[in-house]
Design a protein around this ligand. Structure first.
Ligand SMILES: Cc1ncc(C[n+]2csc(CCOP(=O)(O)OP(=O)(O)O)c2C)c(N)n1
Ligand SMILES: [Mg+2]
Length: 571
């Protein structure tokens, strides 16, 4: 692999091999070869007759097939795998599989996770006279139409003369934009060998030379001037820094210039939260007031790789004056009200880091009181979500990755102090419930040395918790913490009134290891019991641990309280 073609992604290199001349290779074989080139070592999914030919080929290939309980779970697993590995893949059958996967792929699109979606489909020869083949919806293109809307690129591999180029195009686009791409392979095309020789192409995304030159002359000069003149510059680092593997460039800029860094929820853990320049999580009015003030009173906010989303920036409560912002993403560069096109975020960061800026020293806001103090166990006290987070905070180390499901798991966990980079995985923007358990499978397949701590609400667990089945099957050892507040707590906090639709049927979650044939369950109600369960789970690396935590129905984290107050409801 040449250095030139290597593209940093997440925490690994996504590095397609140098272009090679191929001949006598079938469409299925070429696809597998290219997936391997791009760093796909595992594929999640469920087989079906329209994709069996490809599955048989995958079985013989260096890529491992990881079976899941449902296609949406496979999609969540592939998304989490991609966030850790730099690229992920999922392979399903036509419509019944693909359409079930749609929501997970939508999440990957919305949060910039590079997932390659592969689906089988009816063979071309089967399509004459438009027969009613099983799994078909309206016509043969229904699923393709859906995924064209959900992916950054999509191709139907129906023509041997264009199939290789189409696969290259889709994979290239997935890596370039860190968004999902879709490949649909009719079952009678898998073994087709196109005539002639083909040279695969890959071009590393670069800033357009002229655009960059102009940016150096204008944008960077303007940015440096603004930062140099600022008394209180601050960086707001977001998720693209992680997706494009720019953490060290970010640190070079921040440390060189001495500029404090805040992150968003989605960008949580792009830098170690114990770093001396780390300010906290900025979430508009949802966040801690000290952090909100620090960012909003800044006279120059560098938004780097940021998603200007509602949840990320506190449900429309962020007050960032565009005139005082430098906004640089993989798609856009705006400085105050000026727009610059064609400049890569990485180049912009590099040039800024080399500009030898020096920011005035600033006093950072203090750590949250609940975390600043040493956690003192009160064994007989009923456990609360806030105290659980404080206890968990002591348990984080370099091999832990926290995976938080939407719900108070996500809100509460924003208070965790993440030690390293890429140690926090959550769908903090799209917020589809049920992500966390399948994501634990994806993370552990991607990097078995990481041990996930999964925070998941009881409602979300009832959606996709059965993916624990495969976690047990593969003998993975995540620690799953089910936060049982007897229903949809977030919704109770956000809507005044006591509605039965927020209640769910209570399960004895801690008994699931027995059903699943592996792992250990714990049931806890007090701080002492939680402490003991967490210690036992951490000491037992031999299998999955499931800690069922009974919380009060009206126990909400500080963040959820702030959000609820802001939206004007009942707490
Ligand atoms: C797939 C999906 N369906 C519905 C919602 C709407 N929703 C947001 S939070 C929430 C309740 C979550 O309940 P639970 O997982 O128990 O977490 P809690 O709020 O109790 O902490 C619901 C239903 C969603 N975000 N995702
Ligand atoms: Mg709940």
């Amino acid at each position: 692999m040449s250095e030139d073609t290597a593209v940093r992604s997440g925490s690994v290199q996504v590095a397609p091999a140098a272009p090679a001349l191929v001949s006598d290779v079938s469409i299925g074989e070429y696809l597998i070869r290219r997936l391997v080139d791009y760093g796909v070592r595992d594929i999640f999914g469920i087989p079906g007759d329209y994709v069996l030919g490809l599955y048989a080929m995958l079985e013989e290939s260096p890529i491992r097939l990881v079976g899941c309980t449902r296609e949406d779970c496979a999609g969540f697993a592939a998304d989490a795998y991609a966030r850790i590995n730099g690229i992920g893949a999922v392979c399903v059958t036509y419509c019944v599989g693909g359409l079930s996967l749609a929501n997970s792929v939508a999440e990957a699109y919305a949060e910039k996770s590079p997932v390659v979606v592969i689906s089988g489909s009816p063979g071309m020869k089967e399509r004459f006279k438009n027969p009613l083949l099983h799994h078909k919806v309206k016509d043969f293109r229904t699923q393709l139409d859906v995924f064209r809307r959900l992916c950054v690129a999509a191709a139907e591999l129906t023509d041997p003369y264009t199939a290789f180029r189409e696969m290259d195009r889709v994979l290239d686009t997935v890596v370039r934009y860190r968004r999902p791409g879709y490949l649909e392979l009719p079952r009678d095309m898998v073994g087709v060998v196109p005539e002639g020789a083909y040279r695969s192409t890959f071009t590393e995304p670069r800033s357009e030379p002229e655009a960059l030159a102009e940016a150096v002359a204008e944008a960077v000069a303007e940015a440096t001037r603004r930062i140099a003149a600022a008394r209180r510059p601050v960086i707001l680092a977001d998720v693209e820094i992680h997706r494009f593997g720019l953490q060290s460039r970010l640190l070079a800029l921040a440390e060189g210039a001495g500029i404090p860094i805040a992150t968003t929820v989605l960008g949580k853990s792009v830098i170690s939260e114990t770093h001396p320049l780390f300010v906290g999580i900025y979430e508009g009015a949802m966040g801690r007031e000290e952090v909100t003030r620090f960012v909003e009173e800044s006279d120059c906010v560098l938004l780097l790789g940021a998603f200007m989303t509602d949840i990320n920036l506190g449900i429309y409560t962020a007050h960032l004056d565009p005139a005082r912002c430098i906004y640089a993403t993989s798609e856009d560069l705006r400085i105050s009200h000026h727009h610059f096109h064609g400049v890569l975020l990485s180049d912009f960061l590099n040039v800024l880091a080399n500009a030898k800026l020096k920011a005035p020293r600033q006093e950072l806001p203090p750590r949250p009181a609940s975390l600043a103090a040493e956690y003192q166990l009160r064994p007989a006290d009923r456990i609360t979500i806030q105290r659980l987070i404080a206890r968990l905070n002591q348990a984080l180390d370099e091999s832990t990755v926290v995976i938080a499901d939407p719900g108070d798991a996500l809100f509460a966990s924003t208070d965790l102090v993440i030690q390293q980079q890429t140690e926090y995985v959550s769908p903090a923007y799209y917020t589809s419930m049920g992500f966390a358990v399948p994501a634990a499978l994806g993370v552990m397949v991607a990097r078995p040395s990481l041990r996930p701590i999964v925070l998941v609400g009881d409602g979300a667990f009832q959606m996709t918790g059965m993916e624990l089945s495969n976690i047990v099957r593969y003998r993975f050892n995540p620690i799953i913490i089910v936060l049982d507040n007897q229903g949809y707590g977030t919704e109770r906090a956000l809507q005044a009134g006591n509605f039965a639709y927020n209640d769910i049927h209570p399960w004895q979650y801690h008994k699931l290891p027995e059903v699943l044939g592996g792992g250990t369950g714990y049931e806890v109600r007090t701080e002492g019991e939680f402490d003991a369960a967490l210690r036992a789970a951490r000491a037992d690396a031999g299998g999955m641990s499931l800690i069922h935590v009974h919380l009060a129905r009206d126990d909400f984290s500080d963040t959820l309280h702030r959000l609820a107050r802001r939206l004007g409801p009942r707490v």
